[in-house]
Design a protein. Structure first.
Length: 231
């Protein structure tokens, strides 16, 4: 039974989330603020987190930033505002997905299940020869078994989504993908977000793997089309 932590101060919405997630077979744990949310996550070690942005005291952005120091659990952020800056900031701080209120419960459940499927697939990658489970290009090495990115031999912290994104591009190196195609391939379903989501992840990955992020040699922009990974 997968465990879901819900950090939401709107009690009516929190109860609704608990009810619907429980009906789908999830074990659900709820709390109403960021500080106790971090304590809940440390204690229960959930498989996924639903995080409201507007929390009392420590908001969802800061809570997610602190969470990423100690947990790789995928985070779905809920925001009451449609401002792009909220969504981009959440992604930059380590969130994997976001929904703008009001939202349909069916869509939320679909996104949670998609995040859990991606995590399960990553854990179930078949064991093989070590060299068969490491993607390498220049100074970059992606260890699929240990879920570790290293650059010039130095381990680099990445979010689960950044790891999945880089793995997809390195596996399909040389191929050009549009932003919409990357949203579909990497997020794993018909993602309704905008192309800025892809741009944010590309920018942060460049800062982590490129020698000169302003002149990338691996994560290359193909003007008017999208992105590709080059050797």
């Amino acid at each position: 039974m997968a465990k879901i932590a819900v950090i939401e101060d709107d009690r009516t919405l929190a109860d609704l989330l608990r009810y619907n997630l429980s009906r789908e077979g999830f074990a659900v744990f709820t709390t109403g603020d960021g500080k106790t949310g971090l304590e809940l996550i440390r204690r229960e070690k959930p498989d996924a987190v639903i995080m409201d942005v507007m929390l009392p005291g420590m908001d969802g952005f800061e809570t997610t930033r602190l969470l990423r120091r100690e947990s790789a659990a995928p985070v779905l952020m809920l925001t009451a505002r449609s401002d792009e800056i909220d969504k981009v900031l959440g992604l930059e701080l380590g969130a994997d997905d976001y929904l703008t209120k009001p939202f349909s419960m069916r869509e939320l459940l679909a996104r949670i299940k998609a995040m859990l499927r991606r995590g399960e697939l990553a854990r179930q990658e078949p064991a093989a020869a070590a060299e068969g489970n490491v993607l390498a290009a220049g100074r970059i090495k992606l260890d699929l078994n240990r879920h570790v990115l290293s650059v010039a031999g130095v381990p680099i912290d990445v979010t689960p989504k950044e790891f999945d994104f880089l793995r997809f591009l390195m596996t399909n190196r040389g191929q050009v993908f549009s932003r919409d195609s990357l949203l579909d391939k990497v997020w794993g379903y018909d993602y309704p977000g905008d192309s800025r989501t892809v741009d944010v992840h590309i920018r942060w990955l460049r800062q982590k793997v490129e020698t000169d992020p302003s002149q990338p040699s691996h994560l290359v922009t193909v003007r008017g089309v999208g992105y590709k990974f080059e050797e």
